[in-house]
Design a protein around this ligand. Sequence first.
Ligand SMILES: [Zn+2]
Length: 423
Amino acid sequence: MRLGAGPPVRRADASGPDEVRRANLSAVLRQLHVGGAATRSDIVAATGFNRSTVGALTSELARVGLVRERPGVVRGKGRPSLVVEPVSTSAHVLALDVTQSSVGAAAVGLGGFLLQVRRRLHRTDTSDVAGVVALVAGLAAEMQARATPGSVCLGIVVSIPGSVRQPDGLVRRAPSLRWLDVPFADLLRAATGGTLPVTVGNDGDLGVVAEHLRGAGRGFRDVLYVRGEAGVGGGVVVDGELLKGVGGYAGEVGHIVVRPGGRPCACGARGCWEAEIGDAAIIRAAGRDPRESDIEDVLADVAVGDRRAVAGVRRTGEWVGTGLATLVNLFNPAIVVLGGTLGALYPTMEPALEATYARALGPIREQAALVRSGLGSDAQLVGAAEVAFADVLEDPVGTVETLRAGAALVPHPRGGEPAADPA
Ligand SMILES: [Zn+2]
């Protein structure tokens, strides 16, 4: 699932046997990366290739270390089929998730294994862009220094709660971080020494990629994802592909106006969806002051059945339903996944949300199932990782050989000795 961060690391010939082989290797590795270990027979069934083709392809992937084979269990008569599994320490990516309060980080190995996970609070206000860049670069360097020797780092992908221009990763607007036109990808590339590909994505886009491939939207080709937190982000997968739009801003759902003349929004407009259903609006509706309480207080109030909080959260559910119905009318998804605060509070919001939603949708309500996120607050990290795996899944052998030749390592952001070369 590519986000538009420029061309793949290595592009094979457009046609001919090389291209066919690359596509076949891609199909097998993608199957193992998403589906996990499988017998050669399973791979034959999933890809439609014959046994000898699958044998040749898995041997080629094993030669470069991306997969390993081990004897399987004997089922019935005959020889056991070899089990093929992705090697999580052969290739990894660095995924980061910047939110208003903290930065989450994960080193994710091939196959989607979380190898290292950490989260740090911002040291300063997020309007100090240099401080956020240093925090993100520092986390990337720490994880890279602890990566398994020999593992190829495929790149860094960062989730930002705001409008991110593609393919250059310029953050046009991130109200909850108080950023306007921040060239975050360029700044991070400079801070990490420029040796690794850096991609910056919108939190909603990365969330929908994660839910589509590994979460509640798995198995569906049309998925809508909405994450409600300080801001409200969204992403859409249409027929199995992430909807990007001409500049990468598609799915910027937080600033669609649901209530003309409504509450003032951080973006300067009034009545944006974010202003009506973001954390601050929910805290206020639950009878608390957003300057003194945070969303955790509301979750705690709701958990103990505080009537005022429950009633306020229910009322907010109407605005959630109104906005969701508009989006479902536009995109006709098979499934709508709610993440962040909206996922956490969905059971409480459900009666009012469902009533507004069903009324606005009429007969197409039956198709758009509403579910809570299967990945919770990890969704952005999981989605960022999947974007970083795009190259190796598209051209497994070419990408690994190119990166090994170039020794992908992350130098320390404060200068001095670079992190240990993992290759
Ligand atoms: Zn707005």
